[in-house]
Design a protein around this ligand. Structure first.
Ligand code: HEC
Ligand code: HEC
Ligand code: HEC
Ligand code: HEC
Ligand code: HEC
Length: 182
């Protein structure tokens, strides 16, 4: 090979390496922005175990999602209805019982949360709008850790205005500023 050919090969290799690195960085950023960093929960609570395996309805643990603005996360008291007996030799259940004993409650890391200046109501969407939980929260029943799976993809994080407004446009729901900013 002549010197110029070698130089050409090196240049091509360098260029394709840079392209690969840029593409991977871009892809990683996209994934992080879409799904957000994984929440760090004090114990591994699996929706799959409770919803798919045990056939519990979402409303068993999140009843307020159909009657109130907030869905709320169940208190330890509800968990204890079963876990004074069930799974007591499972390490994560042991951890849960210890936390409840020491702190009285489990401090869950929030996965979805809108800013204070935004008004959101679960009941309006789940009951009046007849929108399934999964349309906004993804297939939670298959998740071993609840992650953000919808809500937009901007740099500032999730649940940004465009996500709300574009669905409101599709469904003919109100789009006046006062709807969401009281
Ligand atoms: C046995 C009780 C239980 C059942 C049944 C259950 N959940 Fe949960 N859910 C929890 C607990 C505990 C958390 C907090 C831990 C976490 O975020 O993973 C949670 C968290 C969530 C979150 C994230 C909340 C946040 O932090 O913003 C969503 C969304 C959610 N559940 C939706 C659902 C849906 C949809 C169903 C039905 C398919 C369901 N859940 C069924 C107990 C339950
Ligand atoms: C209706 C009964 C019931 C309720 C309510 C319930 N669980 Fe469970 N949970 C179970 C059963 C049954 C298992 C499976 C136990 C086993 O594998 O031996 C389980 C398993 C678990 C496990 C082990 C997960 C795994 O990977 O197997 C954890 C952790 C757990 N539950 C946490 C919770 C928390 C936190 C709550 C309250 C938000 C809760 N559970 C509410 C019945 C319940
Ligand atoms: C139209 C979209 C939408 C639908 C449908 C929806 N949610 Fe939510 N959910 C949200 C938003 C937005 C938040 C953040 C709310 C906040 O910060 O006040 C949220 C928050 C939550 C939380 C965290 C606790 C809380 O009260 O904020 C849980 C748990 C939850 N949703 C469960 C459910 C369940 C269960 C259903 C179905 C019965 C459901 N959601 C249907 C958009 C939705
Ligand atoms: C998947 C579609 C969807 C998404 C996403 C969605 N909405 Fe809605 N929203 C609706 C529909 C449909 C209605 C109208 C329900 C009805 O009255 O039939 C509605 C109604 C509302 C209302 C009540 C309006 C009124 O005055 O009657 C508020 C407030 C609201 N949405 C806020 C939000 C906010 C804030 C977000 C984002 C965090 C959001 N919505 C995301 C579909 C959606
Ligand atoms: C369907 C709900 C909805 C409607 C309608 C809506 N907004 Fe918003 N708005 C939001 C949400 C959700 C955020 C929070 C964005 C975030 O946290 O990234 C937001 C954020 C904002 C912000 C803060 C800047 C920012 O990007 O965080 C401003 C300013 C704003 N909206 C103005 C308006 C104006 C003006 C209108 C009317 C033309 C309007 N909004 C209509 C949901 C709505």
């Amino acid at each position: 090979m002549s010197q110029s050919k070698i130089r050409l090969v090196i240049t091509m290799a360098t260029v394709s390496w840079i392209v690969v690195v840029i593409a991977l960085t871009f892809f990683a950023r996209m994934v992080i922005h879409r799904f957000g960093p994984l929440p760090e929960q004090p114990i591994q609570f699996s929706h799959t175990v409770h919803v798919n395996n045990l056939n519990l309805e979402c409303s068993y643990c999140h009843p307020y999602a159909e009657i109130s603005t907030v869905a709320t996360i169940p208190t330890g008291e509800l968990c204890l209805e079963c876990h004074e007996g069930a799974g007591i030799d499972h390490p994560e259940v042991e951890k849960m019982l210890a936390i409840l004993e020491e702190q009285g409650e489990i401090q869950w890391d929030r996965v979805y949360q809108v800013k204070d200046h935004v008004y959101f109501s679960h009941r309006v969407h789940t009951v009046i709008g007849q929108i399934k939980c999964q349309e906004c929260h993804g297939p939670v029943q298959n998740m071993t850790v609840a992650i953000r799976s919808a809500g937009g993809s901007s740099d500032r994080g999730f649940l940004e205005m465009g996500w709300c407004v574009s669905c409101h446009k599709r469904r003919g729901a109100p789009r006046e500023c006062i709807t969401c900013h009281k």
